[in-house]
Design a protein around this ligand. Sequence first.
Ligand code: CTP
Ligand code: CA
Length: 225
Amino acid sequence: AMLTPPAKPLAGCQMTITAGPTREAIDPVRYISNYSSGKMGYALAQAAAKLGAQVSLISGPVHLATPAGCQRIDVSSTQQMYDAALRLAPKSDIFIACAAVADYRVAAVAEQKIKKSDEQMRLTLVRNPDIVAAVANLADKPFVVGFAAETQDVACYAKDKMQRKHLDMIAANDVSQPDSGFNVDDNALHVFWADGEQLLPRADKYQLAEQLMQLITTRYQHETN
Ligand code: CTP
Ligand code: CA
């Protein structure tokens, strides 16, 4: 019997995906970060490669194997992720911001290990640049997909983020329940675009990534044809 070759709807498509947490140094031995595992971004990269995309995976520090066929760029700080993203985005057709980016960094990173002294200490933090918003503001911008992790008014906050950052799509994640979203294997997503929405019910992150990548592919083809 003849085997049907797998459909490659993303053949010739350059895709950049950010994944995992970023880390902000406090001193040479300490940092601020979050619980992101990177699983969703890596699953999306794998799903995209399976559909024929050329995937660049800009990854914060995670404990995951590089998906087959993806080019991985390792970064640590938000600034490093920003630099890699803004270098790759102009050559990309699709940009997916899946990383859990640290919103703030330490204003003045100590050159030496900080010694403890008083009962209280203060760290001054400054806002980091918004990577996905910067990509979406490029003159020749790719099709841009963001994520939104929310604990309340999920749909409302997500749609607001999509509009403010000029995203083409946003995948909202309700992280109010302890067993969804961050650092877990199961997840559900509510996806929005300018004139539509779709609920992707709870599934393991790989199945969910395949469904989301299908949806991204459909919307991308719709907007570019
Ligand atoms: N994001 C980004 N760069 C940042 C912060 C966020 O690219 N400095 C991206 C994330 O990768 C995600 C989207 O923006 O795709 C939304 O991230 P989220 O943390 O939910 O939103 P924020 O805009 O940071 O707002 P807040 O944390 O205040 O809800
Ligand atoms: Ca944030």
